[in-house]
Design a protein around this ligand. Structure first.
Ligand SMILES: [Zn+2]
Length: 344
């Protein structure tokens, strides 16, 4: 099975470089539509702004779904301080230490973007005794806009308001040794895998076994991306990051199959099948139990959907910070995705 690494990296890069914090779909969905068109597919939506691609299968009696969430961690303006800095609330599990000193982008409701710098209120070791020790959190981190603003009114006059969404610079890098370093490998590398799968099916003139929906939700990072799924879906596979750490077999060149996350074990029958498929395609895989972690497949279960749930994805180091994985973990994830869709 030859997977196109160039497509994996290029699509991952393109999606990572397009901002899409939780709920901010305006820029990323047109990109999804453009990429889907390249493979002859239209994108349709539900009222949670989840985008879907339908792949016709050999057998229309059953519908399965594979999800790769398009939302990322982000921030939202909570208030404008009297000195013109912006106070924020997080969208998803932001690690504030990892975004100190990062460029951020404020997306206003009139479609404009303003840049700023994420700083700590004790921002300089030359000035503050607690610059190194102050805990970085929602109360100690603010945004300094890249503009001469000195009061709330100055900021309001820029068209910035409470509730504006803020994206964080992803700083995508692809090394000569095959590592991807960027924010939001979670979960845009999975989107790369979906497109590498579409490419493989096209090149080899293949169809999935069953009618397949490819889902691209916008609310995974806050836990309800999969709360609604179309009624006809019998199986939901969440493609999402694999964890790396002391308890795990996961690694940056493997696909991790998730047996259980913070909420629930995944369906045993479906997970057995996926493990057997991983063996058949000789994927470099492992099975792990994830700790502080959830996926849209289990969000679907939690919301009461009548569906079998499973999850697998690329091993990702330093998750929710600036992350890293090797392109080979995307290759292994794509191989397993293809094996699942062909029902090998
Ligand atoms: Zn994720």
């Amino acid at each position: 099975m030859i997977i196109n690494k160039e497509i994996l990296v290029d699509v991952t890069r393109e999606f990572i470089n397009t901002p899409s914090p939780v709920a901010y779909y305006e820029e990323v969905m047109p990109l999804l539509e453009k990429k889907a068109k390249e493979y002859g597919y239209d994108v349709w939506y539900d009222r949670k702004r989840t985008g879907y691609i339908t792949m016709e299968g050999e057998d229309a009696s059953k519908t399965v779904m594979v999800g790769a969430h398009l939302d990322t961690l982000g921030l939202i303006i909570r208030s404008i301080n009297s000195d013109g800095t912006l106070a924020v609330r997080q969208l998803g599990g932001v690690s504030y230490t990892s975004i100190e000193g990062e460029t951020v982008h404020v997306h206003t409701r009139d479609g404009k973007t303003h840049t700023g710098l994420m700083i700590c209120t004790s921002h300089s070791v030359h000035v503050y005794d607690d610059a190194r020790s102050l805990v970085r959190d929602e109360n100690s981190m603010v945004i300094k806009l890249d503009a001469f603003v000195n009061c709330e009114q100055d900021v309001i006059e820029m068209g910035i308001d409470h509730g504006d969404i803020i994206s964080i610079d992803p700083r995508f890098e692809y090394t000569e040794t095959g590592f991807i370093k960027a924010r939001f490998i979670d979960d845009k590398a999975a989107v790369g895998c979906v497109f590498a799968m579409l490419d493989y099916f096209k090149e080899n003139n293949l169809k999935p076994k069953y009618t397949t929906y490819l889902a691209f939700p916008m609310y995974e990072e806050i836990g309800h991306g999969g709360a609604y799924i179309p009624k006809e879906v019998e199986e939901y596979i969440a493609l999402d990051i694999g964890l790396i750490g002391p308890d795990y077999h996961g690694a940056e060149d493997k696909v991790s199959i998730c047996a259980k996350d913070a909420y629930s074990p995944y369906d045993r029958g479906l997970t057995h099948r996926i493990i057997e498929q991983a063996k058949k395609v000789e994927a470099n895989y492992c099975v792990d139990v994830f700790y502080r972690y959830g996926t849209d497949a289990n969000a679907a279960i939690r919301a009461g959907n009548n569906v079998y749930a499973a999850a697998f994805g690329m091993g990702c180091l330093s998750s929710h910070g600036r992350e890293r994985c090797h392109v080979n973990s995307l290759v292994e994830t794509t191989k397993l995705l293809i094996a699942y869709l062909l029902d090998m």
